[in-house]
Design a binder for this molecule. Structure first.
Ligand SMILES: [Zn+2]
Length: 438
């Protein structure tokens, strides 16, 4: 029979012999019985090379590849346990067609791995093959490690060295668990992912990476609020620190524009209350209350770039700015900050940032003064953006991919697995063939 013949071929190099096949009545399950034919004289003790004798016969059931879709095939392999006559230790005979650290056959493993190489979601692979989640995950880890090593080899072959890096944190679970991620901005490869976001957590990057690979790094983009800069200066003294414009602008929006806007709104609301008490007309109180709502609701138009506003919104913005001097000043500072980040001349940028900080500190607006005092020390990293206009934006964009990785893998339950997924999905050859939706 063809099938038995193929099993014989499959096992031809093994000291195993095919006995029979048990088929369930509905034909959906097959169990192949195989028996070890190894001669005891050919076995040596792995500890002392002494002679052995059989001290037990056992069997192990392995999941095999099904012959027809929708069916299941298992292999029951009989094997021996031996005792050494010299050192008396016991050991089991290896089953050569068993895939290491799993309960599946070699050929089932390569079947499953081929699905995984095409980035078929792991839950789908599990459904198709009926193999346990842990086993599929184990194989997936191997497929990914292989691809990551392959990628490293490919880059090393051309003597490649990244010139621009980005480092940033991201949340694993909403808000309470973080990881730190380092990306090669030139190629888009994630070089490293590690648990936590402290300085100590990030220091592991420099311990784990081949420093020679980083020998040509010119600039590293990062959030200025993190303490990454200290370690980068220590380990990559030639690299420039570039503070990420998006983090800086977002913080300005929140800590300055947001605070001043709410402060102005609060003034209107207090004024309306006072007018009410002092017997102003209903219409006058109502007008004051409308001002309160306008300012409170102006978050978006204050943050938006002028070009993106409609005529109507633009007029609303002008009105608010005309009526509120502090807001108007902060809004102008926001626009100027954006312009400074667009500069590509370091000297011009330094002059510009200096003027920006002086202006901010002289404004008398507490939130703006505080912001300027905090950031002024970091001026070098802001100026560096002119010569190295890099940001952590690419890494942030990669966050979406991380979300897909989470869906495909439920990977965050096993952090090492999840971190491998992130690295794996950053490889360009993987990026373009992975499914967008699962
Ligand atoms: Zn022995």
């Amino acid at each position: 029979m063809l099938l038995e013949q193929s099993i014989a071929n499959y096992l031809s190099l093994q000291p195993y012999e095919y006995i029979n096949t048990e088929t369930a009545e509905d034909g959906k399950q097959r169990l192949l019985h195989l028996k070890s034919t190894k001669e005891t004289e050919d076995v040596q003790c792995p500890f002392c090379s002494g002679h052995v004798h059989i001290c037990g016969n056992y069997s192990m059931r392995l999941r095999d590849m099904p012959v027809y879709p929708g069916t299941r095939q298992d292999v029951e392999a009989n094997y021996h346990r031996y005792r050494c006559q010299k050192c008396l230790r016991t050991f089991s005979e290896e089953i050569p067609f068993k895939y290491p650290q799993t309960r599946i056959t070699e050929r089932a493993a390569s079947w499953i791995s081929s699905f995984l190489r095409f980035n078929i979601p792991i839950t789908t692979v599990q459904k198709i093959t009926g193999v346990h989640w842990d086993t599929v995950k184990h194989l997936h880890k191997e497929v990914m490690a292989e691809a990551i090593a392959e990628r490293k080899k490919e880059l090393a072959k051309n003597g490649y060295r990244p010139k621009h890096l980005a480092v940033d944190e991201f949340a694993i679970h909403k808000g309470h668990k973080y990881a730190t991620c380092v990306m090669d901005l030139d190629e888009g490869d994630v070089l490293w992912v590690g648990k936590g976001r402290t300085k100590a957590d990030f220091s592991r990057f420099f311990q784990e990476i081949d420093m020679n690979y980083l020998s040509e790094v010119e600039a590293v983009a990062m959030d200025m609020n993190a303490s990454y800069n200290l370690l980068v200066t220590e380990h990559l003294p030639k690299a420039k620190i570039v503070y990420d414009r998006y983090h800086m602008q977002a913080q300005f929006a929140k800590d300055v524009l947001g605070v001043v806007r709410l402060e102005e709104a609060r003034k209107h609301s207090a004024q309306a209350r006072k007018m009410d008490e002092e017997g102003f007309s209903k219409a006058e109180v109502k007008a004051e209350k409308r001002l309160y709502s306008e300012v409170k609701g102006a978050r978006w138009i204050l943050l938006a770039g002028r070009d993106s506003l409609s005529e109507e919104k633009s007029a609303a913005l002008m009105k608010i700015l005309d009526d509120h001097a502090d807001l108007s000043l902060c809004h102008a500072m926001k626009e100027e900050m954006s312009r400074l980040f667009d500069l590509r001349d370091a000297l011009e940028a330094r002059t510009g940032w200096k003027a920006w900080f002086e202006g901010a500190k002289a404004s008398g607006i507490p939130a703006l003064v505080r912001f300027a005092e905090l950031k002024e020390k970091r001026i070098d990293g802001l100026v560096a953006h002119a010569s190295h206009p890099i940001s952590t934006g690419k890494l942030e964009g990669f966050n979406n991919r991380i979300k897909v990785a989470k869906r495909i893998g439920y990977g965050y339950r096993d952090e090492d697995y999840f971190f491998s997924l992130i690295q794996y999905f950053s490889i360009s050859s993987v990026k373009y063939k992975s499914p967008k939706k699962t």
